[in-house]
Design a protein around this ligand. Structure first.
Ligand code: SF4
Length: 330
């Protein structure tokens, strides 16, 4: 029997990740890729620009300096106007206020689909709603969204958490979600919310983004045709971890779904007795890493490659306004 690889399409980079990486690359290119004459770096990036170790290491090798907090940026850099890029996951207003107070030159690479959820929070709070936000505690995106109005945004992670909420029927309630959740798990949480608070309102359109939905739909079909699935993506990438969970569910006990950062993390024992390996990747994963996994599987005898294509994506986001208006300062 020929051993097969079943590849999911769409997989990998989404429009928001593409834009965020291009934002940093554009600034690096404008600087010539070298440190400035004053010895300062060409660009700072707050947190991982996207949740992928390889992407971050690659941009760091080209001169970008990654910081956890704005306080790590020296005053000379602020005074010299060195750009600081906010990551695709967005930031809370307190971070923006800190940047303003220090006069930092901000280039905001927050994905427009994350910004949409921030705007929804502000609109619903203005209209007097309490917001139940389904998301992952501590994830950069969730921290940013909750930070818009911590007193009115109530974060829950799972259906079990619904019991911890307490609202009376005269409270205007709406639910919003993180963009990268599992569609199936979220439907369960929403059903539990509606059972407990039947008057809760949903946003005009789902907050789970197109890239998350499309990648989950494709990996489901792939897993149904496979005995094992390998998802390429980092452990802190919410959408990559969800892809692994969705694949595990769709494998229906026939095998295991694994997540790896790259081919080097695959283990020999995963493929014992396996006829077909499904492969997909999270929205922050460069296709070169998937190519590495495919090559490593071919070396293990999985020589036939087929693709399950569910939809053609043609989403594109323009660069942040700061880069369209003026060239980055060098
Ligand atoms: S996964 Fe969705 S919300 Fe996140 S960056 Fe990509 S398009 Fe934007």
């Amino acid at each position: 029997m020929t051993k097969r690889i079943v590849l999911a399409d769409p997989r990998g980079f989404c429009a928001g990740v593409d834009r965020a990486i291009l934002t940093v690359q554009t600034i690096l290119k404008a600087s010539g890729g070298a440190d400035r004459a004053d010895g300062l770096p060409p660009v700072y990036v707050r947190r991982q620009i996207v949740h992928n170790r390889h992407v971050v290491e690659d941009l760091a090798s080209q001169g970008a300096v990654f910081v956890q907090e704005l306080a790590e940026i020296p005053d000379e850099a602020a005074a010299a106007g060195v750009p600081i890029v906010f990551s695709a996951h967005g930031v809370s207003p307190s971070v923006k206020a800190e940047a303003d107070a220090r006069g930092l030159h901000v280039v905001d690479a927050t994905c427009p689909l994350v910004s949409k959820v921030h705007r929804e929070v502000l609109r619903f709070v203005r209209e007097g709603y309490e917001i139940v936000y389904i998301g992952h505690r501590g994830h950069d995106e969730a921290v940013g969204v909750v930070g818009e109005s911590p007193e009115h945004v109530h974060l829950i992670e799972h259906a079990d958490d619904v019991d911890t909420l307490d609202f009376t029927p005269d409270t205007k309630l709406v639910l919003l979600t993180q963009t990268t959740l599992s569609i199936d798990e979220t439907s369960g949480t929403i059903a539990a919310l509606k059972a407990r608070f039947p008057w809760i309102k949903e946003p005009p359109s789902s907050d789970i983004c197109y890239a998350t939905s499309n990648r989950q739909a494709a990996v489901k079909l792939v897993a149904e045709q496979s005995d094992c699935v390998v998802i390429v993506g980092s452990a802190n990438s919410s959408n990559s971890v969800r892809l692994m969970e969705v694949a595990q569910e769709a494998l229906a006990g026939r095998g295991t779904a694994h997540r790896v950062d790259d081919a080097a993390e695959m283990e020999e024992s995963w493929f014992d007795g396996v006829g077909a390996v499904g492969v997909s990747s999270g929205a922050s994963v460069p296709d070169a890493l998937v190519a590495g996994v495919i090559d490593a599987l071919k070396d293990r005898g999985f020589t036939e490659v087929s693709t399950v294509e569910t939809i053609k994506e043609n989403m594109h986001f323009v660069l942040p306004a700061e880069l369209r208006k003026q060239p980055a300062r060098a």
